[in-house]
Design a protein around this ligand. Structure first.
Ligand code: ADP
Ligand code: MG
Length: 487
């Protein structure tokens, strides 16, 4: 990792060796209330980005933070925000801008946890939620607002949110906001904040428009960049599977049957894809639901809740809908459609293998997309293992294993007293193997071949290794529309 100036401005980087030291939160002179909250949240030591970002933010400096997904960027800005804000003030003192509603909710939740003993309250505001309700919630005087650009601008123009005494602005996932076409909204928001404010910007990549934004709106920002040796998530086993577009769905079902994931996310390229896939999976008897940008907030919230609670065990999502979401315990990620680029690949598979747990990621590649897979592998410096399409037999065996597990668990944990005399009676009458085999067949969800209909997606054919800054233009040409209109 290194600390230095904005690329092209200051060229001195201070290198810090990975693992050089581990900072505990006690080293930052934080209030007792914050330390107590962090310990309740289970945080023991600072992550590398937190170690560097917290002191810089506490000192009131502007900086750009670059670190991979899942490295604790929220607390990296959240802890210093809570520390510096005045709990007794009833004014909005900090603003966090995020690309999606889910992220706004998630960031607000984390900030509320950090601030729980400090009297610091955070409110999320986003499109799709009743504005009247938000105005009512604003009357309770939160000190921090987390919001999506459009809705924030709406409130600023109605003057239901005023930023006269704003101390800090945080732009979270700035490159994603750029991809979604929010850059002008962000500029408009920044222009409505006091010029002496502190500005923090988090971005996985630094395309020219983000650099320009930083030069225009930040005061000699430091670059705090954490470069892990591996770009990918080390705890995830990564596979790819070559499959014709037409066969993808049956292959997905076989994988689900043979691997029987506890919680899985299936990524589709477009909103239509997500709708069709979640419907097709439900038709075949899987507990699946989809989330994407066109669904009402209520539906997305409900789907997320059911997924977190395990009522639904397969979440089908577009990149944007799943971006930055922190969902624990995801065991499997299936890239039903290959991601556009290495960064989105890393974001997708970063949904699994979190917090030291291992995960499995399988990427579907059509024969024409093999070149594109290589581009991703070069970008992540990690070769994925080729796996064979599971056979019908393997799918059935996976489901049988599940049935046997259920049976044994029932035997070990449930009271079956009232079934035992009936069992004895049946056993005296029938051949035991036949009897048990029939019971297992009943318990097994046999591979289902209910016909389903999916619209084909055009393959992503790699012509050249494009950089992320060219990505939007590339998509525009390729699909004739922007990313924003697709998701
Ligand atoms: P990012 O924004 O970098 O993708 P998040 O802020 O969403 O990452 O954090 C990912 C997960 O790690 C969250 O569940 C968060 O609560 C947890 N986390 C953050 N910092 C720490 C820490 N210092 N110790 C343990 N867990 C942490
Ligand atoms: Mg984040």
């Amino acid at each position: 990792m290194y600390v230095g100036g904005l690329p092209g401005k200051v060229m001195n980087f201070r290198f810090i060796k990975e693992g050089e030291k581990v900072a505990t939160f006690n080293e930052f002179n934080l209030s007792e209330g914050i330390l107590k909250a962090l310990s309740l949240m289970g945080f023991e030591e600072a992550t590398p980005i937190q170690e560097l970002a917290i002191p810089a933010a506490l000192a009131g400096k502007d900086f750009i933070g670059q670190a991979h997904t899942g490295t604790g960027k929220t607390a990296a800005f959240g802890i210093p925000l809570v520390q510096r804000l005045q709990a007794d003030s009833k004014e909005i003192q900090a603003l966090v801008v995020t690309p999606t509603r889910e992220l706004a909710v998630q960031v607000a939740e984390e900030l509320n946890k950090i601030g729980q003993f400090m009297g610091i309250h955070t409110l999320p505001v986003y499109g799709g939620q009743d504005i009247g309700r938000q105005i009512k919630a604003l009357a309770k005087k939160p000190q921090i607002i987390v919001g999506t650009p459009g809705r924030l601008l709406d409130h600023l123009r109605r003057r239901t949110i005023r930023l006269d005494v704003l101390q800090t602005v945080v732009l979270d996932e700035a490159d994603e906001m750029l991809n979604m076409g929010f850059i002008e909204d962000i500029e408009a928001i920044l222009q409505l904040t006091p010029p002496e404010r502190q500005t923090l910007l988090f971005s996985a990549t630094m395309p020219p428009p983000i650099q320009k934004l930083a030069q225009r709106f930040m005061k000699t920002p430091q670059l705090i960049s954490i470069r892990a040796k591996e770009v990918t998530v080390p705890n995830t086993e990564q596979f790819h599977l070559v499959v014709e577009e037409r066969q993808k769905f049956d292959v997905l079902c076989r994988l689900l049957d043979s691997q029987s994931p506890e919680l899985a996310i299936v990524f589709g390229r477009t909103k239509r894809r997500v709708d069709e896939l979640s419907e097709a999976l439900s038709k075949r008897g899987y507990a699946a639901e989809g989330i994407h940008g066109d669904m009402t907030q209520a539906r997305r919230d409900a789907a997320m809740r059911r997924f977190k609670e395990g009522v639904v065990d397969i979440l089908v999502a577009t990149d944007v809908a799943a971006r930055g979401l922190d969902i624990g315990n995801v065991t499997h990620v299936y890239n039903f459609d290959i991601p556009q680029d290495p960064e989105s690949y890393v974001h997708r598979i970063g949904r699994t293998g979190r917090a030291g747990k291992s995960g499995i990621a399988v990427t579907f590649v059509t024969p024409r997309e093999i070149g594109h897979l290589r581009v991703i592998e070069r970008g992540t410096k990690h070769k994925t293992m080729k796996m064979a399409i599971p056979t019908m037999k393997e799918a059935l065996e996976g489901q049988q294993r599940q049935a046997v597990d259920k049976l044994i668990k029932t035997m070990e944990t449930e009271d079956t007293t009232y079934y035992q005399s009936l069992a004895a009676e049946l056993l005296s009458e029938y051949e035991p193997t036949l009897l048990l085999a029939s019971a297992l067949k009943l318990l097994t969800k046999e591979p289902d071949t209910t016909p389903v209909k999916l619209t084909e997606e055009a393959p992503l054919v790699a012509k050249r290794n494009f950089s992320s800054s060219r990505r939007s233009a590339y998509n525009q040409r390729r699909f004739g529309r922007s990313r924003r209109s697709k998701r």
